[in-house]
Design a binder for this molecule. Structure first.
Ligand code: ATP
Ligand code: FE2
Length: 344
């Protein structure tokens, strides 16, 4: 188990939020391997505490990850509350989905128990929407096209008519999963994305790999298999480089088309894969060519974190949204475009 020190930092208020929300919300994230509790007010992140599940071998095992979360959830929440100076909590937000069923259920059980014992509202947050909201808050942008890229998810979204609409998405696996699977095959431990990124720096040539964009959607499974095959003939560095170049070009192409279609002037990058420097560089170039502005939050807000759940919960509660215990079932396949964005 790796526990990060709780961090204190101040953020500007969300520019487009006009309601006053003098609330303190605790948010719990635990959809996959990261268990995290964050505490926020409208203008400040008061505390965050995290415990990360590290698989001994292979990828994330859902039941083992859930067991990890069950073991550490009490101490993570306690640590966050203590770091926030024993702040009074006005609401409990939790990741309701999407994610791994056993992990989601563990977090939801803790959230329900906490909300009941503190007698405060319970708020079910869509994990993908939370990645986007923390980015909008941090970068102070109102209405961007968003590229959300993580382990399980790869989507291009933009706000229209009360929801975050999905303009394009993966037809099979998420980009992070593709990178992690390839990396595992190449002998790297989980997570593979950062290792591929550093290995790619030593590349000497680009190897042609299948580029798969269909309409506004993309797929990564065939690319990942072809990259594994390419390892038989080419150096690891060249394959890592070519895998990144091909996959990221697909993502940037679809993002660019969404910008053209929506005529929005900002692009926001969200999700754990957004930590990648080469992906950022390619998006930056595309935005410059189009006269759009590229935004990316600090790295600690890009991967899964409790703060993003707390902050989205705060926005939702301020617009009158909370759940009864009966309504608080987890939704493992919860899509961001199922959420009515009542707070915007
Ligand atoms: P979600 O539930 O939103 O899919 P997640 O559980 O995958 O989230 P995140 O922290 O958002 O969690 O993303 C993790 C992914 O990010 C992993 O696949 C990891 O390999 C990838 N990743 C992290 N850093 C980098 C990097 N520098 N380059 C490429 N990929 C990266
Ligand atoms: Fe995530």
């Amino acid at each position: 188990m790796k526990c990060q020190r709780p961090q204190y930092f101040h953020l500007p208020p969300h520019t487009h939020t006009t309601r006053t929300m003098h609330k303190t919300i605790l948010g719990i994230e635990g959809t996959a391997w990261n268990l995290s509790a964050g505490i926020v007010t409208e203008t400040e992140v008061l505390a965050e505490a995290t415990a990360t599940y590290q698989p001994a071998t292979g990828g994330i095992h859902p039941r083992e990850a859930a067991q990890h979360h069950a073991t550490h959830i009490a101490s993570v929440i306690r640590k966050a509350i203590k770091s926030a100076g024993d702040a009074q909590i006005d609401g409990i937000a939790f990741s309701q989905g999407p994610g791994m069923g056993p992990c989601l259920r563990t977090v939801a059980t803790a959230a329900r128990a906490l909300a009941l014992s503190l007698n405060v509202p319970l708020i079910g947050v869509n994990h993908c929407v939370a990645h986007l909201e923390i980015g909008r808050w941090q970068c102070r942008i109102d209405d961007p096209v968003m590229l959300y890229v993580s382990g399980a998810n790869s989507q291009v979204l933009a706000y229209r008519g009360g929801r975050y609409r999905i303009f394009g998405e993966t037809l099979d696996i998420g980009i992070g999963n593709a990178l992690d699977k390839f990396a595992r095959h190449a002998g790297f431990s989980h997570p593979g994305g950062p290792k591929i990124e550093s290995e790619a720096l030593a590349a000497t040539e680009y190897i042609s790999l299948p580029y798969s964009v269909k309409g506004m959607d993309f797929s990564f499974s065939g690319l990942m298999t072809a990259a594994k095959e390419a390892l038989k003939k080419h150096s690891l560095a060249n394959v890592c480089f070519s895998l990144q170049e091909t996959a990221f070009a697909m993502l940037v192409e679809v993002t660019e088309r969404a910008v053209a279609h929506t005529e929005k002037n900002d692009v926001l990058l969200a999700g754990g894969v957004g930590a990648n420097t080469r992906l950022r560089e390619m998006l930056e170039i595309m935005c410059k060519d189009r006269g759009a502005k590229f935004h990316v939050p600090e790295k600690r807000f890009m991967g899964d974190n409790g703060t993003m759940i707390a902050y989205t919960g705060l926005l939702m509660l301020a617009s009158g949204e909370s759940l009864s215990i009966e309504e608080s079932m987890v939704i493992p396949d919860y899509r961001p475009d199922q959420v009515d964005v009542t707070w915007k």
